[in-house]
Design a protein around this ligand. Structure first.
Ligand code: SAM
Length: 292
């Protein structure tokens, strides 16, 4: 039996056979530790009937571990040079399909309907390219795909920001955006030594379990996220000042003050102290004050 792809020796052999050179611009840091990969897969709680979506299979290290557990794996890979490598390394797993595309441009829902059954349990599991972590996660969440959740290796600092609670220095618009769609937990920290080449930053595994309903109901979702972005634009400024300078304009100071009062929020607080529920109240209050 051949050894797992994610062993230092087998990875070295594969890279040599294909004369593969890493592209830093594509965030290519491959995992060479089978235990770490198994831990990632365990966190996803997959069954033999599950499906898995991977983003950036590289030479197939994680794809292989997923394929051993689930009924179907679909992996999006942007780098054409990896296609012949994957055809070779994944040949024992015919139920693993590679889609050659930039996941940010791909119609993931359409691909899912092509390869997964209706109602099938599907998880996204990936060691993400770090240069596009946030856009990829936000795309997957905002599109409200029919998935149970997302388990990803990302920069530790980004995992902390996404899972952060109000009042902490890591809490920001990204925490709220992600937690609006999902329950977020940082589950593992991972040393740099399990990658080739080693990345410059520490890594962590983040688990997002999608919510059936958002934790708050807002009348205008788009406006809700605009308010949040404006509230965090300058962390040293008060909520009132951020809302005036980054959203409503100086002439609308009275409108902002009236909305904050209606929502029961002290205008001198800072954006990072508000809970998602308070942002929802603020959003509805800003709308209703402007309708008057
Ligand atoms: N899964 C492999 C592993 O764990 O060893 C490789 C992970 S590596 C961190 C990221 C992978 O994502 C690379 O294979 C890279 O070519 C691919 N990639 C980068 N940008 C991408 C994009 N926009 N869409 C799809 N794949 C991308």
């Amino acid at each position: 039996m051949t050894k797992d792809i994610a062993t230092p020796n087998r990875t070295k052999e594969i890279l040599k056979k294909y004369n593969f050179t890493f592209k830093k611009s594509l965030g290519q840091n491959f995992l060479i530790d089978t235990n770490v990969l198994r831990n990632i897969v365990d966190v996803a709680e997959l069954s033999p009937e599950s499906g898995a979506i991977e983003i950036g299979p590289g030479i197939g290290a994680l794809t292989e571990q997923l394929a051993k557990q689930v009924k179907k794996v679909v992996a999006f890979e942007i780098d054409q040079r990896l296609l012949p490598v994957l055809a070779d390394t994944l040949s024992p797993y015919p139920h693993a399909t590679i889609v050659h595309s930039d996941v940010l441009k791909a119609d993931v829902r359409q691909v899912m309907s092509q390869y997964f059954e209706d109602g099938q349990d599907v998880m996204v599991v990936a060691n993400l390219p770090y240069y596009v972590t946030t856009p990829i996660l936000m795309k997957l969440l905002e599109e409200r795909l029919p998935i149970r959740g997302i388990v990803v290796m990302i920069q530790a600092e980004v995992a902390e920001r996404i899972a952060a609670k109000p009042g902490t220095k890591e809490y920001g618009s990204l925490s709220i955006a992600a937690q609006y769609y999902a329950k977020a937990e940082k589950v593992l920290t991972v040393p740099k030594t399990v990658f080739v080449p080693q990345p410059n930053v520490d890594s962590a595994v983040l688990k997002l379990t999608l919510r059936e309903e958002p934790p708050v109901k807002v009348r205008n979702e788009r406006y809700f996220f605009e308010i949040i972005r404006a509230s965090f634009a300058n962390r040293r400024k008060t909520l009132l000042n951020n809302l005036i300078h980054n959203l409503m304009g100086k002439d609308n100071k009275a409108v902002v003050e009236a909305a904050l009062e209606q929502a029961g929020i002290d205008p001198n607080r800072r954006g990072e102290t508000l809970t998602i529920e308070e942002y929802a109240r603020l959003c509805d209050a800003l709308e209703s004050v402007q309708e008057r």
